[in-house]
Each structure stands twice: as C-alpha cells, then as structure tokens.
Design a protein around this ligand. Structure first.
Ligand SMILES: [Fe+2]
Length: 151
C-alpha cells in the first residue's frame, strides 16, 4: 500500500466530511414550513454522521503518520426542501465514490478496508434513503400541481 497516497485520499474524504458537517447543519437551520418538524432532524442527523465519519478518518490519518485537513469544500445551500434533498443526495453519492476509491488504494490493509467499508455502508444507506425521499417529494409536488389544475 502506498501510504502517502492513502493519506492524501483520506484527507480528500475528510474534506468532504467537514463539508457535510457544515452543509447539513446549514440545511437544518434553513428548513422552514411544516416539514421542518421532520427534516430539521434528518439534516441534523446528517451533520452528526458526517462528524462521526470525520473523527474516524482523522484518527486514521494520524495513525498512518499524516496530518488531518481542516479544509472543507464549498457548501451547497437552498431554502427549497426539494433542492436541499437533491443536494444531500449528490453529497452522499460523492461520498460513496470517495470511499470506493479509498478502498481500492488500500486493499492489502484488511483492517483499513473493513473500517472504510463500514462507512461506505452508511453512505450507501444515505443514498438509498434520500433517493426514496426525493422520489416521494417529486410525486407529492406533481399531485399538488394536478390538484390545483383540477380546481
Ligand atoms: Fe460520511
């Protein structure tokens, strides 16, 4: 395993997770209307999950002899719930790709593979869940439109 390369990739992941902490927290702040009751909690959970992953990855970077990044990428923000969910979905899909790439780089370190696979599973569950939510909100918007036209 090329340790320097793995550390670089883990730092790229850490940067993504720090972005998740800020982006999900911002979404939890900004979501308004009756759906706030449901989605503020979901977005806060996303921020907490990103922080949990950031801690695991940061600890591993130090164990490998590296320095964890404190940088993050530009966050996506919106006041529209559907757009927020699309942004969250894009974020989780990117996370899945990052973890898959990291796993490819460290295949001879089984423990690290297991650690990353464990997080990969969280990220994939995030994608699956958000895909269902986006489908649901799109269907709801459609039927609302139809109801308006009918009236
Ligand atoms: Fe994550």
């Amino acid at each position: 395993m090329n340790t320097a390369k793995v550390i670089d990739k883990l730092n790229e992941i850490l940067k993504h997770e720090w972005t998740g902490v800020a982006q999900y927290a911002q979404q939890a702040f900004l979501v308004t209307g009756p759906w706030r009751q449901v989605f503020a909690g979901l977005f806060n959970e996303g921020a907490e999950e990103s922080f949990k992953h950031a801690r695991t990855i940061g600890d591993k970077i130090v164990a490998l002899g590296g320095v964890p990044t404190i940088e993050r990428n530009k966050i996506q923000q919106s006041r529209e719930l559907e757009e927020m969910l699309e942004q969250a979905l894009a974020f989780e899909r990117a996370a899945v790709e990052h973890y898959k790439q990291a796993i490819d780089l460290c295949e001879d370190d089984r423990a690290l593979v297991v650690l990353l696979e464990d997080i990969l599973l969280d990220e994939q569950q995030g994608v699956d869940n958000l895909e269902k939510l986006v489908r649901q909100t799109k269907a709801a918007a459609q039927s609302k439109k139809q109801a308006r036209h009918a009236g």
